[in-house]
Design a protein around this ligand. Structure first.
Ligand SMILES: [Zn+2]
Length: 290
C-alpha cells in the first residue's frame, strides 16, 4: 500500500511539474516554433545551413513545427520519386560527387575554385539567387572552369515553411538570375537544410527539376578544423556518395579550404573517381524549358 501511494504521489508531482509550465507558456511545439521564427529568417548575413544528419532528425524537427504538413523522410521521398529525388548515386561504381552550397562569395568560393582547378577535379555548386546577383562574375567563373551549377533557392528559406507560391518564386527568381550567367536553366535543386515536402517534389517533377540532397555531410559550416571535416566525410563515404560542403557565407570555412586538397587525395588514393553530379546521377545538368 505504502509503495503504491509513493508511486502515485511521484506521478502526480511529475504531472504538475509538466502541466504548470505548459499552461503558462504554451505547448512545447509552440515554443519551439517561436524559437525557430526568431532564429530565422534569413537575412543573408545570418545564414547558417544546418543540414540534419539523418532521416530521423529531419522527421523530428519537422514534427515539431506548427505547420501541419506531412514531411516525409528522404528514403520515403526517394521511393516515391525515384528519378526525381536523390541523395546518392549508383552504389555499383566507385564514383563520388563534390557539392558546395551557399555560393558564391568573394572569400571562399574563389579559393575552392583555385584548389579544384589545381587538382583538375570537377564539382557542383549550389548557388543562391541573392548571392549570384551580388557576385555574378564568380558564377561566370564557376561555369567557365567547367563546373556544374544548381539552384539553392533565392534567399535560403526552409521550403516546408513557405507557401506554394513563395516556393515557386524561390526557384524561378534564382533561375532567371542564373540563366544569363551560365547559359542554361539548372535542373538540380538543393533545398536549404535538405528540407522539402512531397508536394514540392511533385511540382519539381512536373517542371523538369531534380532534387539533390546528400549522403555524406562534412558539417563544415560548424567552423570545425580540416581533420574533423575529413573524418566526418569518411564516416559515411561509399560508392555513389554525394558529399555536402559549403563554399560561401558568413561561417568560418577555413576547415573546408584546408581539407579540400587532402580530401581529393584521399578519395583518389582509395580508388574513387570524382565526377560531376550529372554524371553520378546520369541526368543532364540543364532543364528543358517548356
Ligand atoms: Zn544552404
Amino acid at each position: 500500500m505504502h509503495k503504491t501511494y509513493l508511486i502515485c504521489r511521484r506521478i502526480t508531482i511529475l504531472l504538475v511539474a509538466i502541466a504548470i509550465p505548459a499552461s503558462l507558456f504554451g505547448t512545447l511545439p509552440q515554443l519551439y516554433g517561436a524559437h525557430l521564427k526568431q532564429s530565422k529568417p534569413f537575412a543573408d548575413s545570418q545564414l547558417i545551413n544546418k543540414p540534419p544528419t539523418d532521416d530521423a532528425a529531419i522527421k523530428a524537427s519537422a514534427n515539431q513545427r506548427k505547420r501541419k504538413r506531412k514531411t516525409l523522410t528522404w528514403t520515403e521521398l526517394h521511393k516515391m520519386y525515384p528519378g526525381v529525388f536523390f541523395y546518392g548515386g549508383s552504389r555499383n561504381s566507385k564514383k563520388v560527387a563534390l557539392t558546395f552550397d551557399d555560393v558564391p562569395d568573394l572569400k571562399y568560393t574563389p579559393q575552392v575554385l583555385d584548389i579544384l582547378s589545381k587538382h583538375r577535379v570537377p564539382a557542383t555548386f549550389f548557388v543562391m539567387g541573392t548571392r549570384a546577383a551580388r557576385y555574378p562574375s564568380v558564377v561566370s567563373r564557376i561555369r567557365q572552369e567547367g563546373h556544374m551549377v544548381g539552384n539553392h533557392s533565392y534567399n535560403h528559406p526552409s521550403f516546408p515553411r513557405i507557401s506554394k507560391r513563395q516556393f515557386q518564386q524561390q526557384i524561378s527568381r534564382t533561375d532567371e538570375i542564373l540563366r544569363p550567367l551560365i547559359g542554361y536553366s539548372p535542373r538540380f535543386i538543393r533545398p536549404p537544410y535538405g528540407e522539402i515536402t512531397a508536394e514540392q517534389v511533385e511540382w519539381a517533377k512536373k517542371n523538369g527539376y531534380i532534387i539533390v540532397n546528400w549522403d555524406v555531410d562534412s558539417e563544415d559550416w560548424k567552423g570545425i578544423g580540416s581533420n574533423r571535416v575529413l573524418r566526418n566525410i569518411q564516416r559515411t563515404l561509399q560508392p555513389g556518395s554525394i558529399i555536402l560542403q559549403h563554399a560561401g557565407g558568413s561561417e568560418d570555412l577555413s576547415g573546408t579550404i584546408k581539407a579540400l586538397p587532402k580530401l581529393i587525395e584521399m578519395l583518389q588514393d582509395n580508388g574513387y573517381e570524382i565526377v560531376p553530379l550529372p554524371e553520378l546521377l546520369n541526368r543532364s545538368v540543364d532543364r528543358k524549358v517548356r
